[in-house]
Design a protein around this ligand. Structure first.
Ligand code: SF4
Length: 379
């Protein structure tokens, strides 16, 4: 298959693996964070850690949009469904993310809330047109990849005078989160995880381009290599990171040139800028409050802002104490470090957000890695 098989060629993968083994100095450890949940999934799915030498470690980052959604935001969506009797539309994974008091949007539906799974924001617009007498709220989550369609939907609703439609905006920004992870003395993560570089996200970078990473690569002296989602993309990006570290460089390199340009998609950026502005602060699950790390709807489109329209307040809620999602999202722990992993917490019965989406570190490890853990402990 053109442009798929080429990036899954096992002989080439072995060749790049040998190049990584040759390039990686045995005298040091390399720790690279893959920020994007799609990369976390691909690394687990293709068993890439097995191809890497023991001193090259991949650390999962907070780039799964469902994983970083704080409990308080899901509580707001539940309030919209149960107290304001709105039709709440959102993506499937969001329905299962644990909220406070053992609730979730799925449970809110079981309690009589009108919560609907949609594939795209266009579905929410259609539902709003079909139910002019009901308030319809799109619960918008995700990074820069999913933000432009939300902007288009708000502009469309404004053009149509679709006043029963609004958006609970929880869109977050990638560069701010990467900077927050690095924002500590000596360039280490706040809780002491040393990082040598980042695999830059793929889809997000198609929108924002490679330029936004340059400032913190320079400021924090951390290389970034933007990579596609195929196994050879990731192996090549890891080789490029090892080479940068060896040469003492901290640059932004683009392995995913077939889709990512330096300046990204200007039209999508203009749409986002027209409809959204920076929030001063936004809480991320696992990372706490990060300044200027999320978007809110501009005053000009306030009529389509569910937060203002329904006067929703935000209340921060701590995670379940037994759940290690916070530490995993900060790169401090691995899924198997959580006592609940694979016992009480499974993809069918998630106790934390990292077990919900296939892009979450716990779900990826549960699906592709746990059998190896069992073999290792039996040996
Ligand atoms: S296994 Fe479940 S409870 Fe534990 S960190 Fe992962 S998602 Fe959270």
């Amino acid at each position: 298959m053109k442009y798929i098989d080429e990036y899954r060629n096992s002989a080439l993968a072995q060749h790049i693996a040998a190049a990584i083994r040759n390039a990686a100095s045995p005298a040091r450890i390399y720790r690279f964070m893959e920020f994007c949940g799609g990369h976390t999934h691909a690394i687990a799915r293709y068993g890439l850690p097995d191809l890497l030498p023991g001193n090259v470690h991949m650390i999962h980052g907070p780039g799964c949009p469902v994983c970083v959604l704080p409990i308080g935001r899901i509580d707001m969506a539940i309030e919209l469904a149960l107290r304001h009797h709105a039709i709440v539309c959102t993506y499937a994974d969001t329905l299962r993310v644990p909220a406070s008091d053992g609730r979730s949007l799925l449970r809110a539906r079981a309690q009589g809330g009108d919560v609907r799974m949609v594939y795209a924001v266009d579905d929410a617009l259609r539902i709003a047109r079909e139910h002019p007498d009901r308030a319809v709220v799109f619960f918008a989550i995700g990074f820069e990849t999913t933000t432009p369609p939300t902007a288009v939907a708000i502009l469309q609703a404004a053009a149509e005078n679709l006043h029963n439609f609004s958006v609970l905006c929880c869109h977050v920004l990638t560069p701010a989160a990467i900077a927050a992870i690095l924002d500590a003395p000596a360039g280490e993560a706040p809780q002491g995880v040393p990082l040598d570089g980042f695999v830059g996200p793929a889809h997000v970078s198609t929108v924002i381009g490679s330029e936004p990473y340059a400032a913190f690569a320079r400021a924090y002296r951390k290389p970034v290599v933007i990579a596609g989602f195929e196994p050879l993309d990731l192996m090549q990006a890891i080789l490029m990171l090892v080479q940068q570290v060896n040469e003492g460089r901290a640059e932004v390199e683009n392995e995913f040139m077939r889709a990512v340009t330096p300046s990204g998609n200007r039209k999508a950026q203009a749409l986002m800028a027209q409809v959204f502005e920076l929030r001063e602060r936004f809480e991320w699950r696992g990372l706490g409050e990060i300044p200027h790390s999320a978007l809110r709807i501009r005053d000009a489109y306030a009529a389509f802002d569910a937060e203002r329209r329904f006067e929703l307040g935000y209340r921060s809620v701590a995670d379940n104490r037994a759940c290690e999602c916070g530490a995993i999202l900060r790169g401090l722990k691995r899924p198997i470090d959580c006592k609940l992993f694979g016992t009480v917490c499974t993809p069918e019965t998630p106790m934390g957000s990292c077990m919900v989406s296939s892009e979450g570190a716990c779900a990826a490890h549960y699906t592709y890695g746990r059998h190896k853990d069992a073999q290792a402990s039996a040996a």
